[in-house]
Design a protein around this ligand. Sequence first.
Ligand code: PLP
Length: 507
Amino acid sequence: MKDGQSNLHTGLTELGDVSPTVFREQLHQLADWIADYRETIGERPVGPNAKPGAILAALPAEPPEEGESFEKILTDIDRVIVPGLVHWGHPLFMGYFGWTTTAPGILGEIITAPLNVNAMTWRTSPAATELETLVIDWLRQWLHLPEEFDGVVYDTASVGIMHALAVAREQAAPSTRKLGLAGRADVPRFRIYTSDQAHSSVEKAAIALGLGEENVRRVPSDAEFRMEVTRLREMIAHDLREKFKPLAVVATVGTTSTASVDPIAEVVRICREQKMWLHIDGAYGAGLALLPECKWVTAGWSEADSIVANPHKMLFVPLDFSVLYVRDLERLRRVFTLVPEYLRGDTVEAEKNYMDYGIQLGRRFRALKAWMVFRTFGRAGMAARIRDHLRLANLLADWVKIDNRFELAAPVVMPVVCFRFVATDKKNSESVHESKIDMINSEIVERINASGRAYLTQTKLHGRTVLRIGFGNVLTTEQHLRKVWGLIQLTAGEIAGRADWPQSPSK
Ligand SMILES: Cc1ncc(COP(=O)(O)O)c(C=O)c1O
């Protein structure tokens, strides 16, 4: 094989990459593959009913010694990988928060791949850095955050909260960056408060930062799953008496189970009184701020110390894209900036070097896909779609209310609906053991998901298992929702009608 020629199987040139001609053909083939996948996604099963290990068993365990052709690899993708996936972009995927696959997002990912730049410093990739700054500021404006908030893009909100609490920790225990926490007599035991509905990333951050999982105190929530501030006050007072140092409150806008919103304005007051850091977890719910009629959701945000928003949850940007905003971002830089000699030449002090704002050095060019999504839809386009998802959520809630065998388990605040099958008749549901009802609700979700006809999730609210549907997919229509609701009604009826279904706890 001479230079300029390529291997017949792989298209590779000698010691080089796939030849430009072959690569072009592969790309054209892939363009059709992607367009076909997207166009026909609704005709597939939403997910497989696979047994663990089935995918591995269908693939060679030995690594390839010689290169293989693109055709052969793509065949395996079609034969084994794609059927082995849950298709999160499927219009009948209604798990978690729905999903944010969009055409401009896909195009953004495709363009990012050949560029494959590293957005660690401004000099190593000026446009990636400046586009990140621009996109962060666009989103800041949409979230109605004041200019003193600046941000950084991470992969996920879990990483965002860890960095936010690292700044809180440094502020409360100066020099922790240098000295750590262990063995220091001058550092008290810190406490972090968050509601019993908050995401587990709060504990994960405490684990990673050496603050301790046990020092995350879960504040009870009220009947509508919002943090009870009177309980928060009591818990802080108790901890102060016990010589703990209250460090931070993590309040949530759009909790994971029900999308409830904590009373931020009241939490702000407590944080100011106690000189505590306020982090707002808006991973899901911050996106609602794009709707003028939902501006209420932003109450108190401008008083926070940090806030995280995940456009990959509500704002149509594909996974992953999360923005952490910190008031006076310089505080974050001071905790993490560290320039080794081998990077000094690529560090322009006057410019923003995003490696200074976190533990990661190498950084993907995530801003491009967000920029493409934001430009393609515009704020109004995104708001219109979220508004329609809210409409679908309220429609489902209405259907639940008029079917006597079901009840709503939480108010609909965002495009998330939690509800529960309560047996034959709401009024008589006490006659059936609650734990049996829990099992039926779980079984409804498991059966539907295993059937591949839709995908839902389940969660527990006040100790009871509930069904949960999240909207967020631009492909999901009212027709899809009708289909899923019919499926839920049918499946529930089948399970409840089974012979082994006891009619009362004593039977
Ligand atoms: C409210 C909330 N916060 C944080 C997270 C964590 O998000 P990520 O997966 O981006 O770490 C989630 C995930 O669902 C969430 O629902």
